[in-house]
Write a protein that binds this ligand. Structure first.
Ligand code: VGL
Length: 203
């Protein structure tokens, strides 16, 4: 990571509702937390920015099954389910990106989200000169995938931390397909061990 001075760690939706016991628990979702905490510690050592996105839905949204959507009610604004998982050691200066507030949009991608002062994610990244993201979090086949594809569309270099993501896998194979989509978009998907070794082979 020392080779990526304009990189940031980007943690997608590690919220109670996506973890064990939550309203939309991602199988093995909690297992991403120790790996992410290691990345947070490394980000601190190397002085990298840390972003954390969160699903931040209104109570009524077409994203939810009672209003015609595909998902159980989850991550409703200001509820315990929407809070970041307590084991995630987010630094105080982490930039929180809220998304999904629109009652008629899914808000899967963090690039649909904003900082607490309403700045769009891409604008905030540009202001800080960040050109490279290390991405982990939940869930591989929805918010991670959409965030990564949008990051590539905005021209960012993206490394996806394979051991720091977990999938909903509504249909078996969704996780693998999502990894293919991210790679096809130009992201590198690799383990923490590989990524911490140094710069990508992609050059
Ligand atoms: C997500 C399903 C529904 C996610 C959000 O964070 O990946 N998945 N809403």
């Amino acid at each position: 990571m020392a080779d990526h001075p304009r990189a940031a760690l980007f943690i997608v939706d590690v919220q109670n509702d996506f973890c064990e016991g939550g309203a939309l628990a991602v199988p093995r979702g909690d297992l991403v937390i120790p790996a992410l905490n290691q990345w947070i510690a490394r980000a601190r050592t190397h002085g990298l920015a840390v972003y954390a996105s969160r699903d931040w839905h209104p109570l009524r949204t077409t994203h939810f099954a009672p209003y015609g959507g595909p998902w159980p009610v989850h991550c409703v604004q200001d509820t315990p389910g929407a809070a970041f998982h307590p084991d995630l050691q987010l630094p105080e200066h982490a930039v929180v990106i809220s998304k999904g507030q629109d009652a008629e949009a899914h808000g899967y991608s963090a690039f649909e989200g904003t900082t607490p002062d309403g700045t769009h994610l891409v604008t905030d990244l540009q202001r800080r000169g960040i050109t490279h993201l290390f991405v982990g979090g939940l869930a591989t086949d929805y918010c991670v995938k959409n965030t990564v594809v949008d990051a590539r569309q905005h021209g960012l270099q993206v490394d996806v931390i394979r051991d720091a993501i977990a999938a909903v896998d509504v249909h078996p194979g969704d996780a693998q397909e999502a990894i293919g989509v991210m790679e096809h978009a130009g992201a590198r998907v690799a383990s923490s061990a590989e990524l911490m070794k140094g710069p990508s082979r992609r050059g």
